[in-house]
Design a protein around this ligand. Sequence first.
Ligand code: ATP
Length: 345
Amino acid sequence: MNKEKILEVKDLEISFRTHAGDVQAVRGISFDLFKGETLAIVGESGSGKSVTVKGVMGLLADNGYYKNGHILFEGHDVTKMKEAQLHSVRGNKMAMIFQDPMTSLDPTMTIGKQIMEVIRLHQKVSKKEAFEKAVKLIDMVGIPEPRSRMKQYPHQFSGGMRQRIVIAIALACEPTILIADEPTTALDVTIQAQILDLVKDLQQKIGASVIFITHDLGVVANVADRVAVMYAGKMVEVGTSDEVFYDPRHPYTWGLIGSMPDLETEGELYAIPGTPPNLIKPPVGDAFAIRNKFAMDVDFEEQPPMFEISKTHKAATWLLHENAPEVTPPDVIIKRRERLKEVNS
Ligand SMILES: Nc1ncnc2c1ncn2[C@@H]1O[C@H](COP(=O)(O)OP(=O)(O)OP(=O)(O)O)[C@@H](O)[C@H]1O
């Protein structure tokens, strides 16, 4: 993997003002994004995945604010940019594929026109050149007979095809970072897989870095280079896909993995009981403690730091402290570790 750093997020905190008090949606997260890699951010609903990527794009809701930390993109701090600068970064360097393709397409305009508009906004090209580029993009995202489909409107396409058009529009600005916020939830499973493969394939062609957000770990196993797991506004584990899928160390990741059906290891399902904490008044210690059957006293008193397991793998759980007792992870996790050993031997 090329190790050129595209994005550096450090100690980022994002909060929202509400009548009941400030919601601390992102509570001090740090991560890097490297050129050409796919980073998946996973976690339950409300863990702060969307707020994190919206923060990266400078797209916070009106009641939101950066409380601490920085987001360095090409040497500039997104948290300090004025709206005009943000607008230019978003238009030229970062593109987002939203969950529902219908909300990002204009139903009254042909798809050809929509793609050409974006191209002409970003590149100094004639109408004819923009037309040819748009045809090329439609072809690139796997829509047959691109030339004749230029004249059609969004409702004339199926859900999967519309998602492809949204991707074509995102690519029209030749982004450095492509952000996909659960791009697949509105689609059926086969189409989901096709779309993910397509994004992966396009990423290799255009050399962009991709951030995928999802709560479905299974979906990203085959496409992500690295995985970051979020819980209650914090990153609790980050590592390569193999590290997180086959040798997870955080009990929350054990829960996420244990609750997904796995044909390879056929382990018993292991669900996480309870619900995430209130982010207006987050707990003093580890926010996961109350749901963690391995929690010790310290979990309720102090937040764990990120412990380093390897150069690429880190997890924030007191179970990794040198004085922590040895615990036995759920069966499904033990089976996965064994499988990783088999694969590597
Ligand atoms: N504008 C806002 N005002 C108040 N709270 C907000 C606002 N936007 C987000 N939040 C809160 O921030 C927290 C994180 O939300 P976020 O959307 O990032 O979660 P998520 O992990 O992406 O979940 P999902 O998978 O459901 O999209 C949630 O508690 C949410 O209610």
